[in-house]
Design a protein around this ligand. Sequence first.
Ligand code: PEP
Length: 249
Amino acid sequence: MKKSIYFVANWKMNGGLNSLKDLVKINKFLSKPNSFKIIVCPPILFTKFFATNLKKLKFSFGSQDVSVIDKDFGAYTGEVSSKMLIENRIQYVLVGHSERRTLGDTNQIIKHKLISALRNKVKVIFCFGENLNDKKNNLSLKVIKKQILSSVDKKLVSKNIIFAYEPIWSIGTGIVPEKEYLNYIFSNIKKILKEYLKLKNPEILYGGSVSSETINDLKKVNHLSGFLVGGASLKSSSFINLLKSYKYN
Ligand code: PEP
């Protein structure tokens, strides 16, 4: 059987109730036979509305964040627990995204978010990646290794973690890494995950300026299980074009 390929749509702080019409189109597109595994991460307050208004849901929902507090309930103003996510049928959560790291999520905070998500069986899409300075100074692998090993420890490892390599210099810039660079990074991520976390077949996604224009080269990268998509996931037309380009090119 052909392995499913992930496309994770990260809407960030975008979208609204009227985005339902985009999701209806995407759902319709996915009702034809395909090998895609689609996860849509809108701002979570819309998810319930979308889920109840879509018939025969063909994709899963994810959250863009989860509380660092490893509790189901309590006096933690503004926090949303992993129990609340799973009760609302949100099965995935993005953790470690560079935009959240910029807002203060440290490797330690990210580790606690991971613990909290996994305890309630919310699958984690764990994001990491170097910035442009790191790359220029040949530090990419060092930075990536530190990000992974400071947040994901051996005791936490399970099938419920999907890894997502997102070079910060590629997010939202339209610049994608060369295939050779990605092959080098991905084979080293695999090595790190095998050597330190004993993971034999980890799922590793790529994120950063994925679009119908860039997908053709990106899909040739080795060890890739799918993509994390920001800008190109905001409109059904660009997202469906992206899926079609992946399928037909
Ligand atoms: C992202 O923010 O995770 C992302 C990949 O964004 P974009 O596709 O817009 O580069």
